[in-house]
Design a protein around this ligand. Structure first.
Ligand code: G
Ligand code: G
Ligand code: MN
Ligand code: NA
Length: 254
């Protein structure tokens, strides 16, 4: 396809950039984490959303060089923010199955941390339930190795689709990110409200942190605070923004 061809150039020319969306600690109301999200502005076609190009990059393997470029960008940005005095900011990165299957992934990230003098504890790696549920022994092994190295692990889109919680018995994770679709319904649907409250409670019981995604309104926030959710992310606070704007947001607060 067209996108597939263009994607090769995009890698060559480093066209894919990270944007950053604040994750707010609901106790302090401060931005304490940033989720890095891939953005591709093609010189002619304009904005191509990750939902379009990531699946293609996963199919043709380009997610490997793209993932490497993006991990590097995240390190550069984190270093930059640390130097500007935001020393406790942490970075969330999304990972694809293919990246975790790549035999050199662990050595790649180790080398990056060394190069940038960054600490694994400054990163949270987001994986989807599909990845956590994969029966690929090597993938589970890689996740455990990342954990042992000190990276935090988050389950992204928790509760989306036909999920299972069985993997929580074997994979040690730090954080659950509740899927946006739950948050959007908490004020209108009693069933969703109870389930969301139960998921927050499940996380607390298991000693996990919980992030609500897709927080768009005051009402969403009220619900989350009432049910003692730790973290919130969404347009109510800020959309994903480029690396210049994120500094303004950090300075000004949300
Ligand atoms: O930002 P947006 O909602 O358009 O992202 C759409 C999807 O693309 C999300 O599911 C997100 O997890 C995924 N995505 C965004 N950036 C990255 C990335 O850097 N790596 C991977 N693997 N997926 C990403
Ligand atoms: O799947 P993942 O959670 O990694 O992707 C996060 C995506 O959700 C990003 O692409 C981001 O643009 C999008 N997003 C973040 N906050 C909101 C929000 O409040 N509303 C909507 N509709 N999308 C959001
Ligand atoms: Mn994510
Ligand atoms: Na998500």
């Amino acid at each position: 396809t067209r996108i597939e061809q263009l994607l090769h150039n995009a890698v060559e020319n480093h066209e894919i950039k990270l944007n950053y969306q604040p994750i707010i600690n609901l106790e302090t109301e401060e931005i304490e984490r940033l989720e890095a999200l891939a953005r591709w502005d093609h010189p002619e076609l304009g904005y191509i959303p990750p939902g379009e190009f990531i699946p293609i990059a996963e199919e043709n393997g380009l997610i490997i060089p793209i993932g490497q470029q993006l991990f590097k960008q995240a390190c550069e940005q984190l270093t930059n923010l640390h130097q500007k005095g935001y020393t406790s900011i942490q970075m969330n990165l999304n990972l694809s199955l293919l990246q975790l299957q790549h035999p050199d992934f662990i050595s790649f990230v180790k080398a990056l941390l060394k190069q940038y003098k960054l600490c694994s504890k400054d990163f949270e790696l987001e994986i989807t339930e599909n990845i956590a549920l994969s029966n690929d022994e090597m993938v589970i092994q890689t996740i455990q190795s990342l954990k042992s190295l000190g990276f935090r692990i988050a389950i992204d889109d928790f509760g989306r689709g036909y999920s299972s919680v069985g993997y929580l018995r074997t994979i040690t994770v730090d954080t659950l990110k509740i899927d946006k679709s739950y948050i959007w319904d908490v004020n209108d649907d009693e069933q969703t409200a109870r389930l969301t409250a139960a998921i927050i409670s499940l996380a607390r019981t298991m000693g996990l942190e919980i992030v609500a995604e897709g927080v768009e309104t005051e009402e969403h926030l009220e619900f989350l605070k009432t049910h003692s959710c730790h973290w919130a992310q969404g347009y109510y606070y800020a959309p994903p923004v480029g690396k210049e704007l994120i500094e303004t947001l950090l300075e000004r607060g949300v």
